[in-house]
Write a protein that binds this ligand. Structure first.
Ligand code: SAH
Ligand code: MG
Length: 198
């Protein structure tokens, strides 16, 4: 079997066993096609986990560079290992820190937000200054496993309800933004694509 395909399978298996919420199949297809179609060259990813989405983006487009941030040390170490396996150290830069504490100089034509779901707006506002003029911000898990469309009374925990409300606030923030326009796609767990207006 193709070695790269085999390595991807292993990463997915590890994610499943360790309960690490990597992107779903249709979500990753959307993201990688987007990168190819829009000729994205410089990606900033918030939430590496074990490197699955970063590796998939790098494999989709040979001249794309990905900077990705993870705050969990075990996941960060696993991501380092996985990126090495694919010999992608030269195209994927890993940062081990809480994204909110990371200040970057570079400009990115795609910022992919896939970290703590209650902090989407904080990440958006922290990094929007790093977005190129024609760049995109993509946010994953806008449906939060279906909870966002549920009756709030039926949501099983206060914790989940808290996150659901923050995602609703973030959706409102995106949809009513003066500078940006957003489309939310019914793909994977809900994917928001944001770009500057006009
Ligand atoms: N993008 C990955 C999945 C990321 S899961 C993929 O599809 O393969 C979300 C990750 O974000 C988790 O590993 C979590 O530890 C990390 N995270 C959550 N809040 C963060 C923060 N404030 N800064 C950096 N990483 C964060
Ligand atoms: Mg996600």
């Amino acid at each position: 079997m193709n070695e790269s395909l085999n390595n991807i399978k292993e990463i997915k298996k590890y994610a499943e066993e360790e309960n690490i919420p990597i992107m779903q199949e249709d979500g990753i297809d959307f993201l990688t096609s987007f990168i190819v179609k829009k000729q994205i060259k410089n990606v900033l990813e918030i939430g590496t986990a074990i490197g699955y989405s970063a590796i998939m983006m790098a494999l989709a487009s040979e001249d794309t560079h990905i900077t990705t941030i993870e705050r969990d040390e075990v996941r960060y170490m696993e991501a380092l290992k996985n990126i090495k396996k694919f010999n992608l150290e030269n195209r994927i830069t890993l940062i081990f820190n809480d994204a909110i504490n990371v200040n970057l100089e570079d400009q990115y034509d795609l910022i992919f937000i896939d970290a703590a779901k209650g902090k989407n707006q904080a990440f958006f506002e922290h990094f929007e200054g790093n977005l190129t003029r024609d760049g995109y911000i993509i946010t994953d898990n806008m449906y939060f496993h279906g909870y966002v469309s549920m009756d709030e009374e039926s949501i099983p925990s206060k914790n989940i309800l808290g996150i659901v409300r923050k995602i609703k606030d973030y959706t409102y923030f995106l949809e009513n933004h003066m500078v940006y326009k957003t489309t939310i796609y019914n793909i994977g767990d809900g994917i928001a694509v944001t770009e500057r207006r006009g």
